[in-house]
Design a protein around this ligand. Structure first.
Ligand code: AMP
Ligand code: MG
Length: 407
């Protein structure tokens, strides 16, 4: 019997076959979820000038130093600066300029007195003011030019995903067009003569195709494009037909038909083109992967829905992210303590659908009935996969486990 591959061995073979997709330039509005191909450099300083962090008055600190309710500083207001104003009003000793949050601080000012530290606040502020509390120091309530970023600074690095925060950073840094990787185009193909479309009442021996829905969503979630979703029966001829339909794909993901049964269309059609392996994991032992002559990556995942979910996380998702040049290929892990006891298969690493409590720091099986890889409905209760090392056969209450978080 050939020894099982470790998860790392199979994953390394998959990742070795991946070349990063070409870069393209897109507008910021179209860049959500894309992966940066080049660094984003700040086009200007941010803030662009020293500006006020409060509504109040721009003052000379020397005029207000030590002021308090008993010894207020009296200043004459000589100008007004709303946000967006580009003027730089000059003023002398004993004078002040009313200023709104974000407006440029006049060159003559070196501190801001917020409205709430004056006697009249906004009410009497366009004539004269009485400062009843001095700012702590020169520079108080002034946001400095370049305090967030400076022209030419690296704001974002290649391999970063453009999520909401990254997109906002690019916008703030004055960048409107971004070099990103093309999205991988993925074909999702369910195999099995027993499968029917969701919503069709299954006759005896039939079952709804849930892998199509699962993979379509997982692929989108990995920021790849679902090119095609198809379903074929257990005739191997169907496999080549669907490969022809998926000619524009970068990646084709089959589910089912890879293991040792009598009618395994993926194995029968592709065993001369891609490798069929056994991997020391549970679920997900039978795995097929290879590269077609035209460069398309082909995954043959086992058919059971939980096996598909796990195989996707462990092999397919990292490959889809690597195609995009993503710097981080793995989901986040948390170290959590088991709150229940369960047994695991010997010699294989278990990825158990799990429920977690991040406040308590605990993890437990998502379903009471153990880890059946056919439990497609129960999978909905999982929010993570608990990873149990191959050499462990029983997880006991309190045991620490690495847990892969699925957002
Ligand atoms: P296979 O790997 O083809 O032997 O399939 C293993 C099990 O997974 C069988 O019970 C199949 O009915 C089930 N299965 C295969 N494909 C799907 C699918 N697309 N949706 C739901 N269950 C499936
Ligand atoms: Mg099958």
């Amino acid at each position: 019997m050939t020894p099982l591959l470790t998860v790392e061995e199979h994953r390394a073979r998959v990742l070795a076959a991946v070349s990063v997709l070409p870069a393209e330039t897109v507008r910021l509005d179209d860049a959500a979820g894309r992966t940066l191909a080049e660094p984003v450099l700040a086009a200007h300083d941010l803030p662009g000038v020293d500006n006020s962090s409060m509504d109040g008055f721009a003052v000379r600190f020397a005029d207000v130093e030590g002021a308090d309710a008993d010894n207020p500083a009296m200043l004459r207001v000589v100008a007004d600066l709303p946000a967006g104003s580009s003027t730089d009003p000059t003023f002398g000793a004993g004078e002040a300029v009313r200023i709104m949050t974000g407006a440029p601080v006049p060159t003559d000012a070196d501190a801001i007195v917020p409205f709430e530290d004056t006697a009249g606040g906004l009410a009497d502020s366009l004539a004269s003011i009485e400062v009843r509390r001095a700012p702590a120091a020169a520079g108080a309530f002034i946001r400095r030019r370049g305090g967030d970023t400076r022209t030419g600074d690296v704001v974002l690095s290649p391999g970063e995903r453009l999520g909401p925060f990254a997109l906002a950073a690019a916008a703030a840094a004055g960048v409107a067009e971004i070099a990103v990787r093309r999205r991988p185009r993925v074909a999702v193909v369910s195999t099995g003569s027993e499968l029917v479309a969701p919503g069709t009442a299954p006759a005896r021996g039939q079952t709804p195709d849930s892998n199509a829905a699962l993979l379509t969503s997982l692929v989108s979630d990995a920021d790849a494009e679902v090119l095609l979703v198809d379903r074929v029966g257990d005739d191997p001829a169907g496999i080549d037909a669907v490969l022809a339909r998926a000619s524009r794909a970068d990646v084709v993901v089959f589910t089912g038909g890879v293991s040792a049964g009598a009618y395994e269309p993926v194995r029968l059609a592709l065993s001369d083109r891609i490798a069929f392996e056994k991997v020391a994991m549970q679920p997900g032992k039978p795995q097929a992967f290879g590269v077609l002559d035209d460069g398309r990556l082909v995954f043959g995942l086992p058919g059971n829905p939980v096996s598909v979910a796990v195989s996707f996380e462990v092999f397919v998702r990292p490959a889809l992210l690597a195609l995009q040049g993503r710097a981080v290929l793995d989901r986040r892990l948390a170290r959590l303590a088991a709150s229940e006891t369960w047994t695991t298969p010997p010699g294989r690493r278990q990825y158990l659908p799990a429920a977690i409590d991040l406040v308590e720091g605990t993890v437990r099986p998502a379903t009471a009935g153990g880890s059946g890889s056919h439990l497609a409905v129960s999978l909905a209760r999982a929010e993570a996969f608990a990873i149990v090392p191959a050499e462990v056969s029983t997880v006991s209450v309190g045991d620490p486990l690495d847990v892969m978080l699925i957002p």
